[in-house]
Write a protein that binds this ligand. Structure first.
Ligand code: MRU
Length: 364
């Protein structure tokens, strides 16, 4: 099995997702600037994976700091955190991870209040490196828990439609939406996946089809515009997608095209599930209207693998995400259980449950 991202002695090693499926190559980012660039250019992508990369980027930056005083180190921490935070705006996991790293940094300094400056710095560096690795390990456990909660929602056999890539490549491992699929398959269910190609970055064609095929899970690639046709024909049992940010009212930001699928699913009486860790939940915002939507380059729309597919100078829009209103969401599958309408209450209840990430929890 490939590793999406890992901490190594030489830096942060990640599979280069811009090169898949043609080449399985790995890149080692040797400083935090390279990690930030890898996030921005989508060498690594997918909300939870971006969160892990951000944490490792912060750890790498602080580890390499030559600061001699806590004051200097704190100033450097803020520069590193800001650089990492400015890479992509929509996936809240990135900001969640940087916040968690800042908390560990500050609590480490407090715990060593009586130590020398050199010791405080050395221990803070070690704790940040440990924390980044813990975030990775936790993410995999969380995805397995999401799978355990989500798998019973699926019938013993059927076809699932998914969009973008919410799999092992988008997370520390196992996946969220594809984690549910994996858990169902592990439970003996006969699941077939329709993977939307996911224009324009083609995460479905390049990544979802690749990772499912490697696992031997039956997958059929379709273009985004075919989804409604197959739903209407009764060929889709459920839609399962991941999320980049979920507002406290249950509105879901995910890859552009997700909203269209949710409306089509409602029209055709098909359940529409969102699988996401609680680190994707943004309890500070009341609705999806407050979620910043990343606009990416026109070139990603006008070119395919470097080849122009549109007239030069054509006007282009490229929002990378859309927001699905909560009324279209049948359920949100998290590591602590399943939330349903009214989301304002069910998500709050899950969020405030002080359970360990992988522990079984009742349905809310
Ligand atoms: O632009 P991307 O590839 O980072 O977008 C990824 C998605 O929209 C995923 O569906 C989402 O991050 C969930 S990944 C478990």
């Amino acid at each position: 099995m490939f590793r999406t991202i890992e901490w190594t002695e030489n830096g942060v090693r990640m599979i280069d997702q811009t090169r898949l499926p043609a080449d399985e190559v790995y890149r080692t980012c040797r400083d935090y600037g390279e990690v930030a660039e890898a996030i921005r250019s989508m060498v690594i992508r997918g909300a939870p994976a971006i969160g892990v990369a951000a944490a490792m980027g912060v750890a790498l930056g602080v580890k390499h700091s030559s600061a001699r005083t806590v004051h200097e180190l704190r100033a450097e921490f803020e520069i590193i955190a800001e650089t990492v935070s400015k890479t992509r705006p929509t996936a809240v996991n990135l900001f969640w991870a940087v916040k968690r790293m800042r908390e560990v940094f500050e609590s480490s300094l407090r715990a060593d209040a009586d130590a020398s400056e050199a010791e405080k710095i050395a221990r803070a560096k070690a704790r940040l490196v440990e924390e980044a690795q813990r975030i990775l390990a936790e993410d995999i456990a969380v995805n397995e828990a999401i799978g355990r909660h989500g798998a019973p929602l699926l019938k013993d056999s059927g076809t699932i439609l998914t969009h973008c890539n919410a799999g092992a490549l988008a997370t520390g491992g196992y996946g969220t939406a594809l984690g549910v699929v994996r858990a169902a398959v592990e439970a003996g269910k006969k699941i077939h996946v329709f993977a939307d190609e996911t224009r324009p970055f083609l995460q479905g064609a390049r990544l979802t089809a690749w990772e499912l095929a490697r696992d031997g899970i039956p997958v059929t690639l379709i273009t985004d515009s075919m989804a409604g046709h197959f739903m209407k024909q009764g060929q889709v049992e459920a839609v399962i997608v991941g999320a980049d940010r979920i507002a406290s009212n249950g509105d879901v930001a995910n890859k552009i095209g997700t909203y269209t699928l949710a409306v089509l699913a409602r029209e055709n009486g098909i359940p529409f599930y969102v699988a996401a860790p609680l680190s994707t939940l943004d309890m500070s915002i009341r609705s999806g209207d407050e979620i910043p939507i990343e606009e990416r380059s026109a070139a990603e729309v006008t070119h395919l693998a470097g080849v122009p597919i549109a007239p030069e100078d054509v006007q282009v829009r490229h929002p990378a995400f859309d927001v699905t209103p909560h009324r279209y969401v049948t359920a949100i599958i998290t590591e602590r259980g399943i939330a349903r309408e009214p989301y304002t209450e069910s998500l709050k209840a899950l969020f405030s449950t002080a359970a360990s990430p992988a522990s079984p929890t009742p349905r809310v």
